[in-house]
Design a protein around this ligand. Sequence first.
Ligand SMILES: Nc1ncnc2c1ncn2[C@@H]1O[C@H](COP(=O)(O)OP(=O)(O)OP(=O)(O)O)[C@@H](O)[C@H]1O
Length: 480
Amino acid sequence: MAKGNILIADDDAAIRTVLNQALARAGYSPRATGNASTLWRWISQGEGDLVITDVLMPDENAFELIPRVKKLRPELPVIVMSAQNTFMTAITATERGAYEYLPKPFDLNELVAVVGRALAEPRKKSQRLTPDDNEGMPLIGRSPAMQDIYRVLARLTQTDLTVMITGESGTGKELVARALHEFGKRKTGPFVAINMAAIPRELIESELFGHEKGAFTGAQNRHIGRFEQAEGGTLFLDEIGDMPMEAQTRLLRVLQEGEYTTVGGRTPIRTNVRIIAATNRDLKQQIDQGFFREDLYYRLNVVPLRLPPLRERLEDISDLVRHFLAIAEKEGLPPKSVEPGAIERLKRYHWPGNIRELENLVRRLSAIYAQDIITTDMVEAELASTTRPAFDNQAEQPGDLSESVERFLNDYFMGFGQELPPPGLYNRILKKVEFPLITAAITATRGNQIRAADLLGLNRNTLRKKIRDLGIKVIRSPGG
Ligand SMILES: Nc1ncnc2c1ncn2[C@@H]1O[C@H](COP(=O)(O)OP(=O)(O)OP(=O)(O)O)[C@@H](O)[C@H]1O
């Protein structure tokens, strides 16, 4: 006996044949049509246990059909396929009540697996998702890598699951966290972001959970923590890898028990907050080195979401450039177009700073050149100026490093709202720069401190002292 009757609608006969064969081979009984009206007739006659439909059909768009199907037969799972692979297609499919969205081309095994899952699941009522502003979709890019992300996001918006977003700096982690909030069930609640790397370690617990008046020296008033601010909404824990151990322990308890106490407080406070965490570090490595709690990692990593670096989705560059030019234009800069060769040149760059770097570059290009077309030569000149090595002795002008320090400081000050950070800022910030610098020199010289001191231009004893003070581990490897 067949495992289930599948109705297929696609105006492409080749796709119908392929799907028919694959599903029949997997033990289902498929039936296919090339138009929406036949599909609707079958559905209204009570046929089929599951529907697979393309979005664009000659007589009707599946997005218009699905709500009718859901009304008539809410239990019938509908899988939507589409070659128009944008974030909005994924979101719209889910919003209309599709069980799953499959961007074309897809793997047939995947389709068969999705069908199996859909038929096995107890029937749920679909939840509607109504973004306030379809136009303002923030996520740009139609590469296969981004389509995978959109599909996961579309499903995740309907849940309260904890999500861990990983990806290099500038890949859009915060943007994705915001999209999850804005298109999710909690969109009417607050979205609160906190960057662990931007807050002094000793203040993180009080920032997260709040403190009572007099909880520690300097705590003159009761302070409302980010958990409380985010009540009913989403709390985005950025750079989670920088969270100190004690705060990790406290966070773990909140995740386990759904309640917390403020610093200096006794009464447990129940919390209703969705957690989204992000990191650009390798947390597994942090766990091995004893900097991150493994149990917390598994609590946070319920749904891992890895954002690909821009160099893995170079095909998105053209859409992104146009998007950033449009933003620049809205901000009052003159409208500009781009020479195809310029896009090709951008695709040959390796984008260590990812989308943020591309965004800055487009912004500069639209601001500094008077011409209304961005040429390959302009791109070449800009790339040459940003990719000059940071320690090049003629490179006196501020490069990427001071830009990222500036960004860091902005976030850092924002972390304090109206208040000033605690004293001792100069040394704290210098340490932040010294740590990666010295670590890099030691790694480059394979743990040879004498060569590292030469490379840095530091006295050997000074380097030794800094290594000790900063708690840097030196492991000497062969050749070092
Ligand atoms: N898919 C995208 N479409 C459009 N803009 C994007 C996209 N991804 C990122 N951006 C833009 O790139 C910039 C960097 O994104 P974001 O701050 O979310 O990155 P991040 O991964 O959180 O970076 P960091 O790790 O440095 O905090 C932002 O201005 C964001 O608007």
